[in-house]
Design a protein. Structure first.
Length: 318
């Protein structure tokens, strides 16, 4: 990597040392499409026609929509626990109506279970990078070339928005509210004894219901807060500056015709991707996880080198 950066620095230094007359002997432009989206470029030779510098920009984004049906067993186990407590609470009211009235107790509606967690996911791939490339053509034909350079962007690679189905999320919020309405009643509480209520078991809100909105993704825990509307946003980040190497066919500045075609295969080093999200919390191994989601993330998280296959329509301005 140090040798690559040294080579890139040397090429950039060479481009800065040339005179204005040498730099503007020829000028080319191109449009491109490939694995890093679409882009536009301007190219010019430096020192010699065999060394061409290209400055360009790739357009920001492509959005991919997908759908997941996640297992609801975790949230249903919490709902069932809350419903059992609600059942015990309502039974106390039925068996002790006068005492319940003294304590201001009112019945609580049981909570519905969830069949499955429908989730819509939008992944926005951000290819918005400025680039500075140097192409070296070893032969006079200016056909085959080597490329080295840098891509410079925001570092935000993929913006992921996951939205839980509104009906499912409302059921969860209702469960939270109903659970909070369950009072804490102890058999030894003087107020309970004074009201003439006999409890077979203590009554209290079910602990951990809020943990049903925790999700583990690639050994990290995310918590959906009550006011998030069932929406999780997380960004997959990479290096802002990314060295690039590649090989290609065709010239950035056609010599015999005004228009030409160029293709290039290479890769840029973006480092190890990592997640950033305001929903990230302390790791909880008991939180819900999806093997399907983890498998997808595993295939992305180890992509330190991003492959680039590009096709360009090139043109010579002069």
């Amino acid at each position: 990597m140090k040798k690559l950066l040294a080579l890139i620095s040397a090429l950039i230094l060479c481009s800065n040392m040339l005179s204005a007359q040498e730099a503007l002997q020829h000028l080319g432009a191109s449009i491109e499409v490939g694995t890093t989206g679409a882009g536009v470029n301007v190219s010019f030779p430096v020192i010699t026609d065999r060394l061409i510098v290209t400055v360009g920009y790739n357009f920001p984004s492509v959005t991919i929509n997908s759908h997941f049906d996640l297992n609801a067993s975790t949230i249903n186990s919490k709902i069932n626990a809350a419903n059992n407590m609600i059942g015990n609470y309502n039974k106390v009211i039925d068996e002790n109506p006068e005492g319940a009235q003294k304590l201001g107790m009112t019945k609580i509606t049981p909570i519905n279970e969830v069949d499955k967690i429908n989730t819509e996911v939008k992944a926005k791939l951000n290819f918005g990078n400025f680039k500075l490339m140097a192409e070296y053509y070893p032969s006079k034909s200016n056909y085959f070339h080597f490329t080295a350079g840098l891509l410079i962007g925001s570092g935000e690679w993929i913006d992921i928005n996951a939205q839980v189905d509104e009906k499912v999320w409302n059921t969860y919020i209702t469960a939270m509210v109903q659970n909070e309405h369950i009072p804490t009643l102890s058999k030894n509480d003087p107020k309970v004894i004074e009201a003439g209520i006999k409890l077979n078991t203590d009554i209290h809100p079910v602990a951990g219901l809020e943990d049903a909105a925790k999700l583990n993704i690639h050994d990290e825990t995310y918590h959906l807060s009550k006011d998030c509307g069932g929406r999780l946003n997380t960004k997959l980040m990479v290096n802002k500056v990314k060295p690039y190497i590649g090989i290609g066919f065709g010239s950035s500045i056609p010599t015999k015709r005004r228009l030409g075609f160029q293709t290039e295969l290479g890769a840029y080093y973006q480092g190890k991707p990592y997640f950033e999200s305001s929903a990230k919390t302390e790791y909880d191994k008991s939180a819900f996880s999806s093997s399907m989601v983890d498998d997808i993330i595993d295939n992305i998280i180890y992509l330190h080198w991003y492959p680039q296959l590009t096709f360009r329509l090139t043109g010579r301005i002069f």
